[in-house]
Design a protein around this ligand. Sequence first.
Ligand code: PEP
Ligand code: MN
Length: 338
Amino acid sequence: MIVEMRKGASSEEIDSVVEKAKSLGLDVQLNLGIEKAVVAILGSNTGQLPTELFAVLSGVENVTRIMKPYKLASRGFKEEDSLVSVDGIEIGGRRIVVMAGPCAVESEEQLVEAARVVKECGACILRGGAFKPRTSPFSFQGMGESGLKLLARTKEQLGLPVITEVIESQDVGLVSKYADILQVGSRNMQNFALLTNIGKSRCPVVLKRGFSCTVTEWLTAADYLLAGGNNQVILCERGIRTFEDSTRFSLDISSIPVIKNSSHLPIIVDPSHAAGHYSLVPAIAKAAVAAGADGLLIEVHPNPKEALVDGLQSLSPSDFARLMEELRAIAKSVGRYI
Ligand code: PEP
Ligand code: MN
């Protein structure tokens, strides 16, 4: 249930709404917005409660029963766009934030070279997986903590903040010691123990869409992060499974405007895992920016042919440089910049 307060409602009036909810055994989250305060009333039985319980309280303008299962990620709870800040880089503002780098950290030389290339081309965040969620247990699983250390060292050298995936709930503390942004992979979008632990941390997080999940399920998963008090949440569309097999996944381009309507959270797009082939990545990346994405997460490898993971979908340095130039023009045409 969402309780919107009148403009200029006093703190006593807001408190009385909070107290009422607590007296009914419900949780609350407060959004003291620029225009007005909004109180989200959280609990499994809010669907049965009469809205009048809150509507009669002084200072309350409107009470809405939320029909969607997600609350904190909804535009109803927070009207203004959320901005996530990483080392002074804002995600969700006018700038299109490009995160790029190899699928997996393989060695110091590979990572530093990738970081140098992507930085030179204008990417501002370095990606690289140290823990890799592989479909087969016999595939390369990532370098683990030594990969995290390489990411942190490369950040020190080149000044690019880093994003890396956390797979295990018990590794949230370890990974956030080294990473500036935690990545929740598609296969873990509904790993609620992992989400709950990340929700308790204050580390920015990219929540990738489960490849068989609806937008509603995705935003409901985001509520796990937000409910723990972590409001540094970025969504990432990375393609869903459909009957079409000419690409690795089908990028759901429509999810960008759908998310913009339904949620205040920033959304970025990963064209690499959607495409599955380097030749398709530029067109999808450009379409995503044109459709309103706040950023991109792109796989770039200094030598894709030698990559241990996802070489076929990784851009070479020259392909990435060309794409960044093209993206600048698209960004400008939609009133944004890179
Ligand atoms: C990745 O970004 O390296 C990755 C494994 O992506 P996804 O979780 O979207 O498959
Ligand atoms: Mn990959």
